[in-house]
Write a protein that binds this ligand. Structure first.
Ligand code: FCB
Length: 459
């Protein structure tokens, strides 16, 4: 196989998130999150599906850890549900919620799997949204308190911590396009949310010391569709990638993005950028696809227009279209381009201060079918193999890549798409909750086994 030769100690993982898998939304003192509220609103999620049961991981976590062990995973990235451990988002802690994560982590450790804990994967406690949500500065301080209390409970057994998963999605899908919870369409609020999510990250990094801490961003390779579209590519790259990377790693927002947005930045206080750029130990990179972008006719005239309420996540850059570059797509319609992963990792090395990197999510949805106890998901295997090759190339080029986490361990609740989009290595029958490793799971297990077999032994 061509994906052998990863360095010893490379983290071989899979990732999930709390709301997408746990279910048990009203058990053991959990409070409501914005995703509970959002999924209850008609028309927000395909088929009206909710996270009420999800894949029942809250009750089946032991079986699920056993599946991870059978695959030979060395690491598992999961998220903690804030409303499970602090139901109102501030104040009272729910010990039963914390106990769940203690049990999960103990189970992982017993199976020799390193727990990688993400504090926020989009399930904001509803009372904090009622108080204004991420557009309000106070939410960042509440997050720092929550980070501290989870750390107190779990720092003895969790060594790698991530703060906020994909702040781009939380800010722009949550508050500009409204495609995600809380479903607001307020472009200015989305920019405020982005800043406060960045601030929350920085404050949490400080609260989580001395543990190993990273931030987590979703990065895209971005190309102009034609020679005339370089400015469109610059703008989308600015909002998608640099607004977060420059803040976290360079301590400043990119001037061209601020110019494009052309808005009052009074919510950025003195000292915020220093907090946001508090040094981190690693950067978690979620990579799925490439965007090929073009300026729509007539769009250039509005290039510096202030944000309008268009329902687009591309605040201030609504006149840019995503044309696709002619490559095959997944069931999400996302273009498959493993070369883009190498491009993104190379860019991090070339344009940002040196920092260890991890691919913390990568994977694809396809229309899988379970027949005779098997799922022959050759397309997913090809996707994973191509992206793992890109990782190996990156390492060959001296890029400090320390791990890879497939998204996702199991089929689960894919946000506004409900249960219709299957990303798992493991198939889940949502009626019976039966888990069946797909061919891709067996393939991934073999890659892990062969790489581990090539590692020097301890003795
Ligand atoms: C990422 C999310 C993850 C999942 C994958 C497909 O943006 O972090 O929860 O939805 O996309």
């Amino acid at each position: 196989m061509t994906t052998i030769g990863f360095p010893p100690g490379f983290a071989w993982g899979a990732a999930t998130s709390a709301f997408q898998i746990e279910g048990a939304v009203s058990e053991d003192g959990r409070g409501p999150s914005i995703w509970d509220t959002f999924t209850a609103r008609p028309g927000r999620v395909v088929g009206g599906e909710t996270g009420e049961v999800a894949i029942d991981h809250y009750h089946r976590y032991r079986d699920d850890v056993k599946i991870m062990a059978d695959l030979g995973l060395s690491a598992y990235r999961f998220s903690v549900s804030w409303p499970r451990v602090q139901p109102a988002g501030s104040g009272r802690v729910n010990p039963e919620g914390l106990d769940f994560y203690k049990r999960l982590v103990d189970e992982l450790l017993e199976h020799g799997i390193d727990p990688w804990l993400t504090l926020y994967h989009w399930d904001l406690p509803q009372p904090l949204e009622d108080a204004g949500g991420w557009p309000v500065r106070d939410t960042a301080y509440r997050f720092a308190e929550y980070a501290h209390l989870v750390h107190e409970a779990l720092a003895d057994r969790v060594h790698t911590w991530a703060t906020v998963n994909e702040p781009w999605c939380a800010a722009f899908l949550g508050y500009a396009s409204g495609e995600h919870a809380p479903g607001r369409r307020e472009p200015v609020s989305a920019i405020r949310a982005a800043h406060h999510l960045n601030l929350a990250h920085g404050l949490a990094v400080q609260a989580l010391r001395p543990s190993r801490v990273g931030g987590c961003v979703n990065l895209y390779a971005i190309s102009p569709a034609t020679e005339d579209d370089h400015d469109a590519a610059r703008r989308i790259d600015g909002l998608q990638n640099r607004l977060f990377l420059d803040a976290l790693l360079k301590g400043a927002y990119p001037p061209d993005v601020l110019r494009d947005l052309d808005m009052d930045l009074g919510f950025v206080h003195d000292g915020d950028m220093e907090i946001i750029s508090t040094p981190i130990d690693l950067l978690l990179v979620n990579y799925y696809s490439r965007f090929t972008v073009s300026q729509q006719p007539g769009g250039a005239a509005s290039a510096s227009a202030a944000p309008t309420d268009s329902g687009s996540p591309w605040v201030g850059s609504e006149h840019i279209s995503f044309s696709g570059g002619g490559r095959p797509v997944t069931a999400m319609g996302w273009e498959i381009d493993a070369g883009g992963l190498l491009e993104v990792l190379t860019r991090l090395r070339d344009e940002y201060p040196a920092i260890p990197l991890v691919v913390s999510e990568n994977g694809a949805a396809f229309d899988d079918t379970l027949t005779g106890g098997r799922v022959h998901d050759a397309e997913r295997i090809a996707y994973l193999e191509d992206h793992l090759k890109a990782c190996l190339d990156a390492i060959g080029h001296g890029i400090p890549l320390e791990g890879y986490f497939a998204w996702s361990l199991m089929d689960n609740f894919e946000w506004a798409w409900g249960y219709g989009k299957r990303f798992g290595l493991v198939h889940v029958d949502f009626g019976t909750q039966a888990r069946t490793p797909k061919d891709s799971a067996l393939w991934y297990a073999e890659i892990i086994r062969q790489n581990k077999a090539h590692e020097p032994t301890d003795s």
